[in-house]
Design a protein around this ligand. Structure first.
Ligand code: SF4
Length: 614
């Protein structure tokens, strides 16, 4: 082992950002690995700076390490400079805490946050000298995966032994208990998986078979033996206030993407935006009480020394006690210079007033997401904001001294026309006019317009709708480049071919999984990184396994079509999604279900699931 540590030390002298691989940060956990029953590697399939910003890692790392019988360590995808050296010097992928090769762990748990990180999972297994296909692994660590992308487990079904569907902290202890007892009794992997499949929220793909119709749509996904559930019901934390939240966070040696305390104020969202997968698969809204949050904030500040607290959720301004929470936090910590950040801001004057309060301690950026350029299209996607909201909120912000605004939109939304695309530019110009009214001129103003490409996702009302094709998106981007000329505007856009691939994988079946393996074999990795993305290799990979990617991204789906993700029940019913789809096409709105239940079905998923009650 010390030989490996020496080899790693040698490599660290030659790579960028060696702190990505050293471990030893404040609040990282050191245990005697010989005294535990289970060694668990929490694997994040992207670089350290991205993975260390992830709330799920913080929660599960601390929660698992609370167990005396388990040691959870971390591992991230090594950047290409490190990987090249590791392969050259025959250094296997290792954990940060004890520099143990990954193939010596009992369980490796990947978090699936983004479809374009899937090739990194294969690369990390290969670097660990672990076969990438589940069927080739006997006597190797168990490979499990969870996170939002696990709601469609099909594309990674040949790779992952066991998927966890739903809130990880609700289920992980049951899985670890089973791992401990099966390890003690030397239970073979197949039997372990059979037993694990009885735990609600576990999907063991080797126990199911996917069959196809002649037109390549799915015929059925069925268990191959008795006693295995036909549908996997998502696990839900029912009372967030009583659920584990770490009171320590690892403090990295290098800057990470979100380098601050992360405090989760609630989970779920009631707004019902029709493009938003998170808004559907994390229902219902479950809040932490203000008292619990203030206590947690106190402990986290003391244990980390951070000077910023991010209040995180899908829509933090919707927290029922947001004003008094922000006020109390600012009052309590302003003398220490500790600020508060709201990561997502709604477009209303209330949110901007909150930001005004917050920026008395620390200046934060003003980022607003109208998502679509016209009221017609915002109604289609059920984004309940108006032009008037944008005018009022930016006016308040400019009066308070803001000079730069970021505006986020999506291109390719269902029913979009060039009129809607022009509407994006019109809104940006309207914001410039508001600034001029407040300040007399546009001097000092900076408006950044960013567009991403709409990706139709499983478990949303738009899961039946085709993605806009790449040429059309490029055309729309070029149009916006023309319209947003001038010193005060800058325009950023997202590569449409990456969004195309994201659509293919997120709606993919097991055959798409074969293309992912092929793409990785031909050198694809870090596909979410512009400089690493090799679209040509992906197209070759699809062709070589006989899969047409356009079928997955561009096909207009029938309402009665079986989807690869129908094996999963997230709680939101298909008939609700169909209803929402039809309302979208008619441009009809659905109200915030905090005020009136709109019947999505989540209440019936499980006993004890309670929606937010005002
Ligand atoms: S059951 Fe009703 S209140 Fe609960 S999340 Fe669904 S629509 Fe909203």
């Amino acid at each position: 082992m010390s030989d490996l540590k020496n080899k790693i030390d040698d490599l660290l002298m030659k790579v960028n950002k060696p702190a990505r691989y050293t471990g030893g940060e404040i609040n990282s956990v050191i245990k005697d690995a010989n005294k535990v029953k289970i060694r668990f590697a929490f694997a994040f399939p992207d670089v350290y700076e991205v993975g260390m910003s992830h709330l799920g890692l913080k929660i599960l790392y601390s929660l698992m390490n609370e167990r005396d019988d388990t040691y959870c360590e971390r591992v991230f995808a090594p950047w290409v400079d490190m990987e090249n050296l590791m392969r050259e010097k025959d250094v296997p992928l290792f954990s940060l805490e004890t520099k143990t090769p990954l193939n010596m762990f009992d369980v490796i748990g990947f978090t699936l946050q983004y479809e374009l990180s899937y090739t990194n999972i294969l690369n990390m297994l290969d670097l660990s000298k672990i076969p990438i296909r589940s069927k080739d692994r006997k006597g190797y660590p168990l490979i499990i995966a969870g996170g939002p992308c696990a709601v469609n487990p099909a594309p990674l079904s040949d790779v992952v032994d066991l998927f966890v569907i739903g809130d990880g902290e609700e289920i992980i202890n049951e899985i670890l208990d089973l791992v401990a007892s099966c390890k003690k009794d030397n239970v073979p992997k197949e039997d372990f998986l059979r037993r694990a499949s009885k735990i609600q929220g576990v999907y063991a793909p080797s126990l199911y078979v996917e069959t196809y119709n002649d037109d390549n749509t799915i015929k059925s996904i069925k268990p191959i033996e008795e006693g295995v559930p036909a549908v996997i019901k998502r696990r839900i934390v029912k009372d967030l206030d009583k659920t584990y939240h770490p009171d320590k966070q690892i403090v990295p040696f290098i800057n990470i993407v979100h380098d601050r305390i992360v405090l989760e104020v609630f989970r779920g969202c009631t707004r019902g935006c029709r493009f938003c997968q998170a808004g559907m698969i994390y229902r219902p809204v479950r809040e932490r009480s203000k008292e619990t949050l203030l206590k947690l904030a106190d402990k986290l500040i003391k244990s980390t020394g951070y000077e910023e607290i991010s209040l995180t959720s899908l829509s933090t301004c919707d927290y029922s006690q947001i004003e008094s929470l922000v006020y109390d936090l600012i009052e309590k910590y302003k003398d220490m210079g500790t600020g508060v950040a709201l990561p997502s801001t709604r477009i209303d004057a209330f949110s901007v007033n909150l930001l005004n309060e917050i920026q008395k301690v620390r200046k934060t950026g003003l980022t607003l997401a109208p998502e679509a350029g016209t009221q017609r299209l915002r109604d289609v996607i059920n984004k309940g904001v108006t032009e008037e909201d944008l005018v009022n909120s930016t006016k308040e912000a400019f009066k308070a001294g803001w000079k730069s605004v970021k505006l986020y939109f999506m291109l390719g939304l269902p029913t979009e026309t060039m009129e809607d695309v022009k509407g994006i530019s019109d809104l940006a110009h309207l914001v410039a006019d508001v600034y001029k009214d407040v300040n007399g001129s546009t001097k000092g103003l900076k408006i950044t317009v960013s567009t991403s490409t709409f990706v139709p996702k499983p478990f949303t009302p738009f899961q039946w709708y085709p993605q806009d094709d790449m040429d059309s998106i490029i055309n729309k981007q070029n149009y916006l480049k023309e319209l947003l000329r001038g010193k005060i505007f800058s325009y950023n856009w997202h590569e449409p071919n990456m969004s195309f691939l994201e659509a293919v994988i997120s709606k993919g079946d097991r055959k798409v999984g074969q293309a992912i393996i092929k793409a990785w074999e031909s050198g694809c990795k870090f596909d979410g990184w512009d400089e690493q993305f090799k679209f040509d290799k992906w197209l070759e990979a699809f062709e070589s396994v006989g899969v047409d990617p356009k079928f997955y991204a561009y096909k207009n789906r029938d309402f009665d079509e079986v989807f690869p993700w129908d094996i999963v029940d997230v709680g939101v019913r298909k008939d609700y999604l169909k209803r929402e789809y039809k309302k979208a096409i008619e441009g009809k709105l659905t109200g915030d279900c905090r005020l009136h239940c709109t019947g999505c079905g989540i209440k019936d998923l499980d006993e004890g699931v309670v929606c937010f009650e005002a």
